[in-house]
Design a protein around this ligand. Structure first.
Ligand code: CA
Length: 228
């Protein structure tokens, strides 16, 4: 069963989380300090972290940044209304979702399930000759472009993988977001646009003149082998 690490300094909140998650069959560890959680994740990695933003030692944001130096484990932020975060900021730091307090523990458990399901290895499409100058290595989570290894975030990798799988297909932002395992709600368009922007910048470093990711105004994005 998946193991969930809860990082929350309020015992009452942690208790309801532990109860909700354990009734869904998850095992849990509860810690109240970010530093402890980072050490624990290195020693004994959980399958998903629920990370409070307002922690007594370092903030959940800072903790997530440090976590991303060694782990791609999914993270759900817990935030109080007073520290409401910009969804884009949260996702750029590398969180997979966030929940604003007070929240329904059941709803949170459902989101945990959904994220873990999306993270599960899926039947990856084999790299087809149609990927043109792109070479996908699903096992290593790597993409080469014109022979050069791209340094991609997890979200950028998923995004490019979705686009490459179906050349010339126009994906809506919602469809792309779904491929990232992120729920579509307020601000999702900006989220996708900011990932596309950073992805394009990385592609341009390899081939300045090419424009493999095409924008379709009002519709979304596509991969065009003709422009790669
Ligand atoms: Ca707190």
């Amino acid at each position: 069963m998946p193991h969930i690490l809860i990082v929350e300094d309020e015992a009452a909140i942690a208790d309801t989380l532990i109860f909700a998650l354990q009734s869904e069959g998850f095992t849990t560890t509860w810690l109240s300090l970010a530093e402890q959680a980072l050490a624990e994740q290195q020693r004994n990695p959980a399958d998903l972290l629920i990370l409070d933003v307002g922690l007594p030692d370092i903030s959940g944001f800072e903790a997530c940044k440090r976590l991303r130096r060694f782990s791609e484990v999914p993270v759900i932020f817990l935030t109080a209304r007073s520290e409401e975060i910009d969804r884009v900021v949260g996702l750029e730091i590398g969180a997979d979702d966030y929940v604003v307090k007070p929240f329904s523990p059941r709803e949170l458990a459902a989101r945990v399930k959904a994220i873990l399901k999306r993270m599960a290895p899926r039947e990856a499409p084999a790299a087809s000759p149609a990927s043109g100058p792109f070479q996908l290595d699903i096992e290593r989570v790597q993409i080469h472009y014109h022979g050069q290894l791209l340094s991609l975030t997890r979200h950028e990798f998923r995004l490019l993988q979705s686009l490459l799988a179906q050349p010339e297909r126009v994906f809506s932002r919602e469809q792309l977001l779904d491929g990232l395992g992120v729920a579509a709600d307020v601000g999702y368009e900006r989220t996708i646009d900011s990932h596309i922007k950073s992805l394009r910048a990385k592609l341009r470093q390899v081939a300045a003149e090419a424009e493999p990711i095409q924008t379709h105004r009002g519709l979304g994005y596509s991969y065009s082998p003709r422009h790669a």
